[in-house]
Every structure is written in C-alpha cells, then in structure tokens.
Ligand binder design. Sequence first.
Ligand code: PLP
Length: 402
Amino acid sequence: MGYQTLQDPQFAGLKNYDSQALLGQLPTPAYVIDEERLRENGQVLAALAERTGCRVLLAQKAFSNYDFYPLLAPYLAGTEASGLYEARLGKEEMPGKEVHVFCGAYRADEFEELLQYADHIVFNSIHQLKAFGPQGKQAGKSLGLRINPQCSTQEGHAIYDPCAPGSRMGVTRDVWDKEMDEATLALLDGLHFHTLCEQNSDDLKTTLAAVEEKFGDILPRMKWLNMGGGHHITRPDYDLNTLEVCIRHAQQAWGVTVYLEPGEAVALNAGYFVSRVLDIVENSGTKIAILDASAACHMPDVLEMPYQPPILGADTEAGEGYPFRLAGPTCLAGDVVGDYSFARELHVGDLVLFGDMAIYTTCKNNTFNGMPLPDIWKLDRAGNLTRLTQFGYPDFKMRLGR
Ligand SMILES: *Cc1c(COP(=O)(O)O)cnc(C)c1O
C-alpha cells in the first residue's frame, strides 16, 4: 500500500494546504466536511444524469449533513430516506426536490405523516403494499416494490449482502408468484433493487441480468426502476461506461425512468476525521497510541463492517516504518482502529488524520462511555473552516432521561 499522501484520493482535497497547520488549529476530535470535494462528486453525478437521463438521489443514511444540501441540490434529483425522519429531513432541507422512501416495514401510526414528505414510496413486501398502497395512491404517490434478484455479487461483507439466503430485503420471484394479484400489481409504478455495496459497474451488470431474468416480464409495465445504492460512481477507477450501458438498456428495453440512490458516492472522500494522540502504551512489544477518538463511537463502521480507515502519513499494512496500533480511550477492549506503520514516530499530542470520513460517521456515531460527539466543521473552497455544530454534555444527557 505505502504511506497515504496528499496524492491519494482520500486526502487529495487537502493537497493545496499545509494539512497539519490547517487542521491542527481545530479542537479534537473533529469531523471536517470538504465542500469542494462534495462539489466535485456532485458534478460527476450530474454529468451522468445529463448524459443518460437517469435521476440521482442522495441516500441520506450515508450522509445527512443538511448544511450541505443547498450545495448538493443542483446536482441531484432529490433524496432517498430510510423512514419517516429522513424523509422529513429531505423534504425540509432539500425543498422542491423528490423525496423517495424505502423502509423494511412501515408503521400504521406513521404512514399518514410520511405522506406529507415522500412522493415515491417503496415497500418491502406485498402485504405492506396491499395494506398501505391504496392510501398512498389516493394521496397521489408513486409506489414501488423492492425486489430481491437473489444475485449476490459481494464476498467481503456479508452484513451488507441483501441477497444472502434468508434475507428480509425485497420480494423474491417465488414469493411474488405466490402473493401478487392483478389489483395489487395495478398499484405499482416502479420496482426497486438494492444489492451492491462499494461496488463497480461490472457487478451492476451482473445484477441487472438477474433482475431481467427474474422480473423481465414485469418491467415493461413499470414507469421506473430504482437501482438502489452501492454504486461507487465517484471512485477514480469506477467504470462509468458500463453503468451507462446498464442505464440505457433499462430505458430502452422497458421504457422506464432509471433512478440511482447512492449514499457513499455523493460524499466519497469528502471528509476527514481529526484526532490527537493522548497516550502511548506498550504490551508484548506492541506500541499502542490511545487517541481522543473512538472507533466504537465515532467510526462505528470500522468495527461493524469491518474495515481499516486510511490515515495520512501511515500505511494500513505492516511496513518499514514505525508500527503503532491505534485505539480509542473507551473501556471497550475491542475499541481498536487498526495496526498501522507510520512514516514518523508518533508522540503524545500528535495529530492523526483519517480520510474518507464524511460517510457513515456523523450520521451513525454515538455517546457510548459518555464519549463526546465530535463537532462537525465545514472546509470551504477558500480554505476557511466553519464550525457547524457545538456538541457537549447536554447531547449525552438528553438521550438518557428526563
Ligand atoms: C444503504 C442504501 C443506499 C445507499 O448505499 P451506499 O452504499 O451508501 O451507496 C441506497 N438505497 C438503499 C435502499 C440503501 O439501503
């Protein structure tokens, strides 16, 4: 791998700066969202939409820092939500744009309110479509059903494979054939599939072929096809051409409007997480740097996915340099970010800068162990840093009681 540098995509947004001087002024830990990198991602997505006529939504579960919605809105058709609150956020903070929602199961006591926010509603089962669809149709909504093409294309992360046997995600063709009837089918405007995670377009092509094989007879009756998220469109090695072939195939073969709802791709490599070394301890020859940041609290995907995040000036593999294990200050023994090789010796007080930290972080963190929520800062095009949040003790306490 080698040491991460400002030439690597995760840190390239900082290449015009002295990153230590720029980010060293922040109280740590802190998330920094890079406006210029968001803009660049937005431009790639908008150009794709322009060339193909597809419509691109922001999947808010990956990135929902709404201070940046006005910046992103011109590049996107709207937002995608996982339920009531995200739908409301999309409606409020990206006004005038489409709001799509997919939820594993809707609640009867929330559905009425959801209709105020969402214009496209995707169901996960035929029962839910039957239960809520007529009400949605009456309110003028466009209705969809999530299908499961039973085509696993990812090996690495079983937790992110909705096509695994026994998955609750989407309707398989055998269930469709058992439960679907003509009146229910008449409620449907679109089909939705979401099966990818950080994948390239070759896997979309494989998946689309499975969708065609299983649901090709239904698709000509639909107005739209939503191909979900997990498309790593803004990654440097992403094959846009194959994606475009897939989109055009769907448009031409079935006459559908194609939606994509990436989360990661919108904010990929558009954020940093800034922390400092609080202490260095040693055990059985391993040097462990304890940070003021926690994997469990501030980068939960490091433990959940799991993955090892990139650090500027460090290698994620054992190398020639100074080996350090990085860990959080919490009492969870497994609160370990990973083992790195650093270009320089680490000392107490040193800045440790993580890359690609805009996604699945600020929207997923927690205050376990009474850990403070790191503040969120905006880095603008001119190199100015603006604080967007001011978290403190009240944010910890308010979730626990009166
Ligand atoms: C998670 C999710 C997305 C976004 O996925 P990314 O991997 O962040 O692109 C889109 N649609 C649905 C239904 C999802 O669950």
